[in-house]
Design a protein. Structure first.
Length: 281
């Protein structure tokens, strides 16, 4: 475990801060009359004969609401760093009258879609990183750890399990006393990432503020302990006195620190190189 105050940056990066727009928007799933979209950000000067790591972002909002634009700055930055980045829609209670279970189903469909269509997007199917914030981070973790809630129209022979996870204050405990239990009930046994950690869990970066009102520090520490017990990597970085949602672009200093931590984590996995430096535009 590390803290933000002691976290050492091994390289200096300048952060992409301008408003960016996706280079492509497309449908990845249709349920009845509901069409679910993704936005994709490509690296500059992309070589279409190469395969690039993919970074997939799920927005937060308690499975109730939210916008895929939440991570547009992170996506623009990591596209500049040489990754293909995706901002994913999924069904939410307020817009689609659905439950958290449908949200998980959509997240798993999204990863399967990208793995199936890896050549279309010039991504490496074995270098897919799932990320998100809060309930969106729960969905990222769920694609890795939860066996249930697969869409019947999905090709279940295609794995929805990402190769790594970057979790921004994830609500990973949905059991009694945890986030969402009043909506999940006893289904938490098959829904809560904390209760479904198993051997082979992807390497994980867990970013959390110590004043988070939804995710206790002790829960994050326990998650890390269980991950390490099954032989999986879990880097936990705590940000002193920061609340839930501390990482959003509106909190620019925290945004920079969490993007830097994510960059370092991806370097350690071999998905990114230290160079080139990314300039502010």
């Amino acid at each position: 475990m590390k803290t933000a105050s002691t976290f050492i940056c091994f390289i200096t990066l300048l952060f992409w801060t301008s408003t960016s727009f996706a280079q492509e928007v497309f449908s990845y799933k249709t349920v009845d009359t509901t069409e679910l979209l993704m936005e994709v950000y490509y690296p500059d000067n992309m070589n279409t004969s190469d395969e690039y790591p993919a970074l997939v972002f799920f927005f937060g909002g308690g499975w109730n609401s939210g916008s895929r634009a939440q991570f547009e700055h992170q996506a623009a930055y990591f596209a500049k760093r040489g990754m293909v980045c995706f901002l994913v829609d999924y069904r939410t209670k307020n817009q689609h009258k659905t439950s958290p279970f449908e949200s998980v189903s959509d997240a798993k469909s999204a990863i399967r879609y990208l793995r199936k269509n890896a050549s279309k997007f010039h991504i490496a199917p074995d270098k897919i990183i799932a990320s998100g914030g809060s309930a969106g981070a729960h969905l990222a973790a769920a694609t890795a750890l939860i066996e249930d809630y697969n869409e019947s129209t999905d090709n279940l022979e295609i794995s929805p399990v990402p190769n790594a996870l970057i979790l921004f204050n994830p609500v990973i405990d949905n059991g009694p006393g945890g986030y969402g239990y009043e909506r999940i009930g006893d289904h938490y046994k098959n829904f809560s990432p904390l209760h479904n950690i198993k051997s082979g869990a992807p390497p994980t970066l867990f970013l959390l503020g110590t004043n988070d009102n939804l995710v206790p520090v002790v829960t994050a520490q326990y998650y890390q302990m269980v991950m390490e017990k099954v032989g999986s990597r879990c880097d936990l970085i705590l940000y002193q006195d920061q609340p839930h949602g501390f990482f959003n672009y509106s909190n620019f200093e925290n945004y920079k620190m969490t993007v830097q931590a994510s960059d370092d984590f991806l370097q350690s996995l071999g998905y990114l190189q230290k160079d080139p430096e990314v300039k502010i535009e």
